[in-house]
Design a binder for this molecule. Structure first.
Ligand code: MN
Length: 440
């Protein structure tokens, strides 16, 4: 059954309206103008880069491809959308919106900025009490607003973003359903011997989303490339099918602007790599089951490090006593990134370090600087759980340089090196019984 976005949306809108009105009141504003954003021109060129909508705008409206729009929120009133309806013969002209959310907005169709200015005159505010949220700060001033992206207001909204409404969870669930189709197609392409690039194309065809619509660039790495955390290329050569091969794919999709972020690994004819996948998957699922309200995300990260250390011992990648292995932080040489992050309108959703609505931040522990979430988990937050284990030579060298080289079993590491590494990533809704959106 398709998700019931239309029936879930009114409650989402009410909740978002309440949150925003409280934030405006606390910061002494009476209204807020949010810009959807605009595509950027390349330097000395007449070509625009891909457009990415402002997450503040997407929070209200599922309009992922509507630049030059404005949304006016006024305490106690129906929200107003100034929808960009340009007379543009170069592109397919936009049409007036007609969707499940339209009845909840007063909509003005505006051909240009002058029309927006004219329409805005109907909605008076003493300008000192109106705030602007948008990347183009000059545009905000041009519209007579002095409070540009005010930090106090931003902190309150960013803090609230972490806990999702049922509508948002439905969007995130659907983004997972779409991405899992892509993952199945990519696995089939890999197993059939296709190149990294062709595997990438197979993924896009299956999800029916262009790369510019995706929440982030697909990471598709075979062999040693799977150990490059943000591997940024695609090889064009077909595989050598006479050799065993490993494959890591970190790829999502979006639904109404909400992102999925899923990583899977696949082995073709390598028993070692398949064992590594199976063991990491079991460890990852143990931690996924702990994604409950009241849990400190940092504690889950530390728990995962102990599980990775177990794996390093089990796969004979390290030598030495548990105490020595733990105190040397050797697991960080193999698992150098954070356990996961908040997920939502942004892949790395904002507010992961934020501890309260006033904007207090909590950095991760010094040895775990890449951890993107230090929050105490609450019901209906959505996070990724994405442990990894890789052979990354520059990191291993750091541990050798620190005098911990004797802890490394170089022969076993040499064997794993051509296979790169593994990462398993699922998207989890925080609940007493955590909901895994990525195992549908
Ligand atoms: Mn992720």
């Amino acid at each position: 059954m398709p998700p019931q976005f239309a029936s879930l949306y009114p409650h989402h809108l009410q909740r978002l309206t309440d949150t925003t009105e409280q934030a405006l009141a606390a910061e002494s504003y009476d209204s807020l103008l949010i810009h959807s954003g605009a595509p950027k021109l390349a330097f000395l060129d007449d070509y625009h880069g891909p457009y990415k909508a402002s997450p503040h705008f997407l929070w209200w409206l599922p309009l992922t491809q509507s630049p030059h729009c404005y949304l006016l929120i006024q305490t106690g009133n129906k929200p107003v959308l100034f929808y960009h309806l340009a007379d543009d013969f170069w592109h397919v002209p936009p049409v007036a919106p007609n969707d499940f959310w339209c009845e909840h907005f007063d909509i003005h169709l505006c051909a240009d900025l002058a029309a927006v200015k004219q329409a805005l005159k109907t909605y008076q505010s003493s300008q000192q009490r109106r705030a602007w949220i948008g990347e183009d700060t000059e545009l905000g001033r041009n519209l007579g607003i002095e409070n540009i992206n005010p930090q106090g207001l931003m902190h309150r909204l960013h803090f609230a973003r972490a806990v999702k409404s049922d509508y948002e969870i439905a969007c995130l669930r659907q983004a997972n359903v779409i991405a899992l189709d892509g993952h199945a197609a990519a696995k089939a392409a890999f197993m059939a011997g296709k190149s990294e690039f062709e595997t990438h194309l197979a993924y896009l065809a299956a999800v029916q989303q262009d790369q510019t619509e995706m929440p982030y660039r697909n990471i598709i790495g075979f062999g040693g490339h799977s150990a490059v955390l943000h591997y940024q290329h695609y090889q064009y050569q077909a595989q050598d099918m006479s050799k065993a091969q490993s494959f890591l794919i970190d790829a999502g999709a979006q639904c109404h602007g909400y992102a999925s972020d899923i990583t899977r690994c696949h082995s073709r004819d390598s028993e070692l790599y398949q064992n590594l996948i199976d063991t990491m998957t079991a460890a990852q699922l143990l931690v996924c089951a702990q994604v409950k309200p009241g849990t400190q995300f940092t504690d889950l990260h530390m728990r995962m490090h102990r599980l990775v250390l177990d794996m390093l011992v089990q796969f004979n990648l390290v030598n030495g006593s548990w105490d020595e292995l733990e105190s040397s932080h050797i697991s960080s040489a193999f698992f150098p990134h954070g356990l996961g992050h908040l997920l939502g309108l942004q892949v790395h959703d904002i507010g992961g370090w934020q501890q309260d609505e006033a904007g207090a931040m909590l950095s991760p522990p010094a040895e775990h600087g890449f951890l993107r979430c230090t929050r105490t988990l609450e019901q209906d937050m959505v996070v990724t759980i994405e442990p990894g284990l890789y052979v990354i030579d520059s990191l291993l060298q750091q541990w050798r340089d620190k005098g911990s080289g004797h802890l490394l079993n170089e022969a076993a590491i040499d064997q794993l090196r051509p296979l790169g590494g593994v990462r398993i990533e699922d998207n989890i809704v925080v609940a007493p019984v955590p909901v895994n959106l990525s195992t549908a």
